[in-house]
Structure formats: structure tokens, C-alpha cells
Design a protein around this ligand. Sequence first.
Ligand SMILES: O=C(O)CCC(=O)C(=O)O
Ligand SMILES: [Fe+2]
Length: 155
Amino acid sequence: MLEEPSFYRYADPLADVIINLAEEGNGFPWHFDTNNYTVTLAIQNAESGGEFEYSPNLRTPTDENYDGVGRVLDGDQSLIRTLHLEPGDLQIFKGRYSLHRVTPLAGPTMRYVAIFSFTEIEGVVGSPERTRQLYGRVLPIHLERAGLRGDALVD
Ligand SMILES: O=C(O)CCC(=O)C(=O)O
Ligand SMILES: [Fe+2]
């Protein structure tokens, strides 16, 4: 379906499958993904907000389309589509070239989404820098793969 020649689970214990928890006021700001595609499973919605908004194929491998990105950030609805996902919905999304966000949540109930990431090559582990940016911590395997000593981990 994705026309990907091969796919593997991450060998990275933090990036393989995660559950994203978000509460009132949070969401997910506009971004492109690092992966070609991501699989998400909606688990629980907040009372309101949490719509999945996206602008299909806004950029390409050769054109960042900063003008289009600016228009989406300014709220140009002609470029934006909205999906309302219910618990149990599985979404396969090509986020590398489609700008997307999750709108801010409202209400006391937290939003839970499971995120499954795959890679084209086997055995992929994130760099320490990127892993710290995304997950707020690194594990010995991230340091070892980067040629650093895993037993020197301090936090
Ligand atoms: O929470 C979602 O539904 C989407 C999350 C997302 O865009 C991401 O993890 O890159
Ligand atoms: Fe994303």
C-alpha cells in the first residue's frame, strides 16, 4: 500500500512503539515527521480539541515550499484537511511531506495515542541528540551505537 520496498521495527526501545499522553492545553504543533510514514492507534480522546489537521504533500524531496508552510501556519483553510479519529481508529500517515498537527485539547480527560514507527533498514537506533529531543532521555544503547560509553550515562 505504501509502496515501501521493506520495513522493519526500530531496534530502539524508545522509538519503536510509544504511547503519547497529552492533557488540556497540549496538542502537537505543526510539523513534518522524520519517518516516511507512521502508524497511530487512537486510544482515548479529550472532551474536545485533538483534531488531526494536515496539508497533503505540502513539500517534496526537492522543494521545501516555505510559502505554503507559511500559509498553513497562518491558518489558510484551503490547504488544510481535518480528521476526527475515534478510539480504535488505526491511521497510516505519510507525514514526511505532509505538514500536520493535533489541535489543542480541552477538558479534564487526557488524550492517548499509540505511535508505531518503522524503518527501511534493519537495526536502526536514534542518535543521542535526537533521542533526547524527542523523549527527554537516552539509554545505554543510544550512546553505544554512537561510539560513546553506555555505562557513563548520568541521568
Ligand atoms: O498524536 C497524533 O495523532 C499524531 C502524532 C504525530 O504527528 C507524531 O508523532 O509525529
Ligand atoms: Fe507527526
